[in-house]
Write a protein that binds this ligand. Structure first.
Ligand code: CA
Length: 646
């Protein structure tokens, strides 16, 4: 009798503490000079045979070999030659049934991940890769969310036709708008000037929704993993030869580092594309959560949930994260639906990365929520916002309160926020910019990401007047750039990116999703505004602080009548602004604000006012203590930032 899913669940609970479910030795295909060893963990398999091929699809079988089972459920076969470049599958027998599977620990694969590939990873390193590393950290990490294909697909970006939409586009230097060498720079040079310094790459491991052998212009965000340890093939110039995508992904990361950016990988360990994966084929129902009655848990709303709390799943996810950090030089990880993973896993990842690379060197943050209820095993705790005290302080969370408070709920198109006309948001904004009194390291401060409407599209729903909408956009940006935490933006937010009102473009055509580089000229005033704002942020030590007590250095002076105002102080070097006063005015009319008495005695200068974010670069003469006015003009639907001396 074959076990039902519910019986599998009980079986694994019963065997939870068996040595086979605590295995810590090597897995996958290990290549030495004259030898290749294959290791597959599957204590429940009755037989496993290795089948090797000369190609990633079609072609010939090279040889087959029965594998031997060890005491910890690991099937092993050693071949007396280096097999790098050979494709392979495991032929499994489980409960009498024969099926084939790729290798969960596979590091390379052929087209569409149909077969795994043995790879000598050193051969995939671009020249000098062993020594290449991330640029030094700046005062602030300003995170910019990018999609490999969106970045270079539009012809206006000036990328060579053969690299558009691929990893390789990032290695093309000196790109210009419409390929005109006299025109504005695009690509990484543009981003460098903008001032962002940390690129978050939307999923780039092998995913299932795009046919790598199909239409070149097929598009998906990629939140549908198939092979966690292999780069996606549709972004490579040759998805058929397993080594190409690896080398091209490494070159992309090296190019980003060289251009001055750190690289964050968006990882989706909470679910897979479908249930028919190598995880399920090699260990039925071990990697996935089931309800007690055997129905499949679906807290991801994508059809399945990975059972992160099981020992060998935890090991699998940790191995994968550490692999991308080590082999691809990733500088951090953004965890999709982190609330579906467990706090113990997240804390272990934090501790292991800290031990290997130094405390906090690799960024970790995630979405502290789930899409629905999940059947996590008892005794484990979901990494949700409400369980924040169980999470290491070095694990960041996206701040949805600030996001929605600034411009309205992501779930209701017509809902507005502080900048676009909703009343009584002052208290919420005042709390959110201080990070609700929690450690500053905890927050990702943002108002737009790949999900939901772009900021510009959201403001379009509530505000007809384009000039007013631009002011609202500037104010929204000023708010999250003057909040505690790490600022984050969706690529193109700064040039008024639009998806024409589409709020879930995950499988919309690339023509809708692509970055339209023409907008950097059309909305050059907005790009310039963001540039000034980002630069200013890096010069305010209080806002860059990630200490637990940064919020104690901020004092809310006013939070009512459409105005929020605070002062703060944290000394830095001579180039920085140790004391600041920040005021936001959500009303359309200018307002006069009275400087608080204790600040009246200190000299100050205007750093940013309304849509002019560059004042700090050439500060206005400092107002002397004798003649400075008691009242200042706070522009309508705008922000005012003062630097305070002494
Ligand atoms: Ca794929």
């Amino acid at each position: 009798m074959k076990k039902t899913p519910a019986e599998w669940k009980r079986y694994y609970e019963k065997h939870r503490k068996d040595p086979a479910y605590q295995y810590r030795g090597p897995l996958g295909a290990e290549v030495l000079k004259n030898q290749t060893t294959f290791r597959l963990w599957s204590p429940v398999a009755e037989q496993v045979r290795l089948v090797t091929y000369d190609r990633g699809d079609g072609g010939e079988i090279l040889f087959t070999a029965d594998m031997d089972k060890g005491p910890e459920g690991v099937w092993t076969y050693t071949h007396p030659a280096c097999l790098s470049g050979t494709y392979y599958l495991y032929q499994m027998q489980i409960e009498g049934e024969i099926l084939e599977s790729t290798d969960p620990y596979g590091k390379a694969c052929g087209v569409n991940g149909r077969r795994s590939m043995v790879i000598d990873l050193k051969q995939t390193d671009p020249p000098g890769f062993a020594k290449e590393k991330a640029p030094d950290r700046e005062a602030e990490d300003v995170i910019y969310e990018l999609h490999v294909k969106e970045f270079s697909w539009d012809p206006s970006g000036g990328f060579l036709p053969e690299v558009r939409g691929t990893y390789r586009a990032f290695t093309q230097e000196d790109t210009h708008l419409n390929s005109d060498p006299k025109a504005e720079e695009t690509g990484l040079s543009y981003l460098k000037k903008l001032g962002v310094n940390t690129l978050q790459i939307m999923p780039m491991y092998d995913y299932g929704s795009v046919d790598e052998a199909g239409e070149k212009d097929a598009f998906n965000w990629g939140y549908d993993p198939m092979h966690y340890n292999i780069p996606e093939g549709s972004y490579s110039t040759d998805p058929y030869h397993g080594e190409v995508r690896i080398r091209e992904a490494k070159k992309m990361i090296a190019a980003m580092h060289r251009a001055g950016f750190r690289v964050i990988m968006d990882v989706v360990y909470n679910h897979t594309y479908c249930l028919d994966t190598c995880l399920q084929r090699t260990m039925p129902w071990y990697f996935y959560r089931l309800e007690k009655d055997g129905t499949v848990s679906n807290g991801s709303c994508c059809g399945n949930d990975i059972a992160s709390e099981r020992a060998m799943v935890r090991r699998y996810i940790e191995d994968s994260v550490l692999y991308w950090a080590r082999e691809y030089h990733m500088d951090g990880f953004r965890f999709d639906l982190m609330g579906l993973l467990d706090t113990e896993l997240m804390n272990e990842i934090r501790e292991k990365l800290d031990a290997l690379y130094g405390p906090g060197e690799k960024l970790i943050y995630g979405e502290p929520w789930a899409a629905g209820d999940t059947a996590m095993e008892k005794g484990s705790v979901q990494a949700l916002k409400e369980n924040e005290e169980r999470l290491h302080p070095g694990i960041g969370m996206f701040g949805d309160d600030l996001r929605d408070g600034v411009k309205g709920s992501v779930f209701e198109e017509l809902d507005a926020g502080f900048v676009n006309g909703k009343e009584d948001q002052e208290e919420l904004i005042a709390c959110a910019i201080r990070g609700f009194g929690r450690a500053a390291s905890r927050w990702i401060a943002y108002v737009s990401c790949h999900d939901n409407l772009t900021l510009w599209d959201k403001l379009t729903c509530t505000t007809e007047d384009i000039e007013l909408r631009k002011k609202q956009n500037c104010l929204a940006a000023a708010i999250y750039f003057t909040s505690l935490g790490r600022p984050f933006l969706l690529s193109g937010e700064e040039f008024l990116r639009t998806k024409e009102g589409e709020d879930n473009s995950y499988n919309a055509p690339i023509t809708l999703n692509r970055l339209d580089w023409k907008l950097i000229r059309e909305n050059a005033d907005m790009v310039s505004y963001y540039q000034g704002l980002i630069g200013l942020r890096k010069h305010i030590p209080l806002l860059c602080s990630k200490e637990a007590d940064a919020c104690d250095h901020m004092e809310i002076l006013h939070a009512r009548g459409g105005v929020v105002c605070y002062t703060g102080e944290l000394p830095g070097d001579a180039d920085s602004f140790g004391g600041i006063l920040v005021a936001y005015n959500s009303l359309e009319e200018d307002r006069a604000i009275t400087l608080p008495g204790k600040l009246l005695k200190k000299p100050w200068q205007v750093l940013l006012k309304g849509t002019d974010s560059h004042l700090w670069e050439n500060p206005l003469p400092i107002a002397s203590t004798e003649k400075q006015p008691e009242k200042l003009c706070l522009p309508g639907c705008g922000c005012l930032i003062l630097g305070i001396r002494g």
